[in-house]
Design a protein around this ligand. Structure first.
Ligand code: ZN
Length: 291
């Protein structure tokens, strides 16, 4: 696949991706962050005077310095965020102070995993536009991974910055109750309905076949949901932990905590659909055996 040509995630290195888009990866690689958080710089081509940053990343000093040098003598016109988990937005406040640039994103109503330092200078609605010299970024609200998640569509190039809604190599964890599997699937459908050239994820490589990627993600979740239903049908009422052991048997223990979030998000979706019931911490199937 074309993604194999996009392999340079050296922390601090400025990687040119398109005429308008370049990327600096933060030095925070790990099991949940892949090679690290991608910070994107958008400008209107080589002569563009204005720069926008999408997801300034963690407030790591070396990462911030790499961004300052990447901005160079240009004007930082806006600091946009896709969401406010701690690996995405803490770099926003220090850069906003240094460059007097506006912060643009949605503040989360839910405290878990959130960057409490983030505030927005603009109310972000569906379709809110932020523009500079040669670029226009449009808000596409995409709740699911987090309730305040927004993808940013670059109108001039038809590509979208997907944050943690779509990742380069894995599928995102859905962190209920802030996250919602129903919202996530609806948000995947929302992107699927757009004419897109490319996806630029918050972690990992750019993805050049948006329709295929989005279809694969939906299929993956539907397969996972079917596994949950099968596991519930096969046994007595079960806890999330017991279901994780059945459905994600091959996962190392350290990742099972995160798998539990997504599995619980599936259960909540099925509960909303009237297909499962919960009694204290035990879940059981409500539908007929022929499903
Ligand atoms: Zn992230």
């Amino acid at each position: 696949m074309s993604r194999t040509t996009d392999t340079d995630f050296t922390p601090g290195r400025l990687v040119t991706l398109t005429d308008r888009v370049s990327r600096v990866t933060a030095p925070n690689g790990g099991p949940m962050t892949g090679p690290g958080t991608n910070t994107y710089l958008v400008c209107g081509g080589p002569a563009g005077r204005d720069v926008a940053i999408v997801d300034a990343g963690p407030g790591h000093p070396a990462h911030l310095e790499a961004l300052v040098s990447a901005i160079g003598g240009r004007r930082l016109a806006a600091l946009l965020v896709t969401h406010t988990h701690i690996d995405h937005s803490p770099g926003t406040a220090p850069l906003a102070a240094r460059f007097s640039a506006p912060r643009v994103g949605r503040v989360s109503a839910h405290p878990e995993f959130q960057d409490a330092s983030f505030a927005s200078d603009l109310v972000v609605l569906d379709g809110t536009r932020v523009a500079g010299d040669g670029w226009t970024l449009r808000a596409v609200p995409t709740p699911g991974h987090a309730s305040n998640h927004v993808c940013w569509f670059l109108e001039e190039e038809g590509l979208v910055f997907t944050g943690d809604h779509v990742l380069g190599t894995t599928s995102p964890v859905i962190l209920a109750p802030d996250g919602s599997m129903r919202d996530y699937l609806a948000s995947l459908a929302r992107l699927r309905a757009m004419e897109l050239t490319e996806l630029m994820p918050g972690h990992g490589p750019r993805l050049s076949q948006p329709a295929r990627v989005l279809d694969d993600l939906v299929r993956h979740r539907m397969e996972r949901e079917a596994q949950v239903v099968t596991a519930l049908r096969a046994g007595p009422p079960a806890t999330v932990g017991e279901l994780v052991d059945t459905v994600y048997a091959v996962l190392p223990g350290s990742l099972k905590t995160w798998a539990a979030y997504s599995l619980e998000a599936h259960l909540i979706k099925l509960e909303e659909e009237g297909r499962v019931a919960r009694d204290a911490d035990r879940w059981s199937l409500r539908e007929a055996a022929d499903g």
